[in-house]
Write a protein that binds this ligand. Structure first.
Ligand SMILES: [Fe+2]
Length: 351
């Protein structure tokens, strides 16, 4: 498999988007033939029983994620049945390309600095609640690259990835065949909507020097209700320390969508609410969280059909200007008022 053929598609403009907003998309990331054979390989491996039920840790317990099955390519027994995917673990060109355009990323080389998982969503409501791929130490994940392998996906099948950039409009991304989504693992909160159709994808995580002290610690100096702090948090992984409280409804809704009625759901809901209540009760943190909440917006950008980069950029810039405009209108002595929460939607795939 010629993985190296896809890496040159990552250009300076994409990396600029990664720096400015924390994510970018490339449609047609894989050659058609390669994508078709990868899907066939993944499907065959699943039917041969090579995938495991997705499990995750919460508190002291381990829980199963309904309808989600995956194969971790660090498991050597999977490197033969999923040989084409395994090659990607040993392919350096993608990380080198990103490092070339953004040397400060300093992505590490070698297969130990990567994680590759192939995933099957069984389509019976399988989804993921809001999370960061790198939620803090000891994770070293720096960049997430998700590639979708669903030639027949159609509106209504669900399973869309939703990016929730901090205090920015949500981005709803359809899991289209050959579409790649890159984002900063420590900066982009995201979730997956319930899927009603079988869905395949694979994810490559590239490690780098993440979680420095400045990325992790919310210092007292930052607890100022000022617009500069908002701008700083949008671009800093330190947002993770207040994300759950700021977006508490979003977390709760996505948790219920994924886990309602399943073992562990009540504990998770309780843990979430307890965390939020504690932060809100804190004398300095509470008012700061309320301040940040006044910036949350209900705008949505929806990416369903494949897009040209130009159209995508134009629409996205327009969305951001609309939000900035709303904030400007609603500002009063640097304190935005809640009335600036305009509710509107536009469909980026309309033209
Ligand atoms: Fe994720």
């Amino acid at each position: 498999m010629d993985w190296a053929a896809s890496s040159p598609l990552v250009d300076e403009d994409h990396v600029q988007q990664l720096k400015e907003q924390g994510w970018f998309i490339i449609d047609d990331f894989l050659p058609e033939e390669l994508a078709v054979s990868l899907r066939a390989e993944a499907k065959q491996a699943y039917e041969d029983g090579k995938f495991s039920q997705h499990r995750f840790q919460f508190g002291s317990g381990t829980f199963e994620k309904p309808s989600i099955f995956e194969a971790d390519l660090h498991d050597e027994t999977l490197q033969e049945p999923l040989a084409s995917f395994a090659e990607l673990l040993f392919e350096e060109s993608l990380g080198q390309r990103l490092n070339h355009w953004w040397p400060e990323l300093a992505l590490e080389e070698g297969f130990r600095a990567k994680t590759l998982k192939v995933q099957r969503n069984g389509g019976q409501g399988g989804c993921f609640p809001c999370h960061y791929d790198n939620s803090g130490p000891p994770s070293k994940r720096s960049i997430t690259c998700l590639v979708y392998l669903n030639p027949d996906w159609t509106d209504g099948d669900g399973g869309e990835l939703v990016l929730h950039p901090f205090l920015e409009p949500d981005i709803i991304i359809a899991p289209l065949m050959r579409r790649a989504v890159f984002f900063r693992s420590d900066l982009i909160l995201h979730s997956v909507r319930p899927s009603s159709a079988e869905r395949f994808c694979f994810t490559l995580w590239l490690d780098g020097p993440t979680n420095s002290r400045e990325d992790v610690n919310l210092t007292a100096k930052l607890l100022r209700s000022e617009l500069e702090t908002v701008d700083f948090l949008k671009r800093s992984p330190v947002q993770r320390s207040v994300s759950r409280a700021v977006n508490s409804e979003l977390y709760e809704e996505s948790l219920l969508a994924c886990m309602s009625g399943m073992p562990g759901c009540d504990e998770m809901l309780q843990g979430h609410r307890q965390h939020v209540t504690q932060q809100l009760a804190h004398p300095q943190l509470g008012p700061f969280v309320e301040f940040l909440r006044s910036f949350t917006c209900s705008e949505t950008v929806r990416l369903c059909e494949p897009l040209t980069a130009d159209v995508f950029r134009r629409k996205q810039d327009w969305a951001r200007r609309r939000v900035d405009f709303a904030w400007t209108l609603g500002s009063n002595n640097n304190h935005p008022v809640r009335s600036c929460r305009v509710v509107w939607k536009f469909w980026i795939d309309d033209d």
